[in-house]
Design a protein around this ligand. Structure first.
Ligand code: ZN
Length: 131
């Protein structure tokens, strides 16, 4: 028989129960498992909060409308310089797609495409925000 006394994996108190006992009581077992789960949880990216805020701001900017924009057959068109000066951060969006050689970036259901003629087209595509 081994002379080493088994101890609780959390509080290190000596154990006197079954051979496979790992904890002195339910509280120690629960605390140990909770602590283990917390360590295994993946921490959010350092910039997550700020990126979510930028996406929200981008959405508000596009939804509110850019000064100088005029209606298109299914959306609006504005000067790309004005669009970029609106405070939008074009690095962050929620989805994107290509259509007829055009790159579209969407913030939820609001999509924009920077056209080669110096204008930006903005349209609403509900499917881009459907899961
Ligand atoms: Zn214990």
């Amino acid at each position: 028989m081994s002379s080493t006394v088994k101890t609780c994996e959390l509080c290190k108190k000596p154990l006197h129960g079954r051979i496979d006992q790992r904890f002195c009581n339910d509280t120690c077992r629960n605390n140990y498992n909770r602590s283990k789960r917390q360590h295994e949880r993946i921490a959010p990216h350092t910039n997550a909060q700020e990126i979510f805020r930028l996406i929200k701001t981008n959405y508000e900017i596009i939804k509110k409308g850019i000064p100088g924009q005029f209606p298109d057959y299914n959306g609006v068109i504005c000067d790309t310089k004005e669009f970029l000066a609106s405070g939008i951060n074009t690095k962050f969006y929620t989805s994107s797609f290509q259509d007829g050689g055009l790159q579209w970036c969407c913030v939820f259901d609001c999509c924009y495409s920077l056209q080669s003629d110096g204008t930006t087209k903005i349209i609403q595509i509900r499917e881009q925000a459907e899961i």
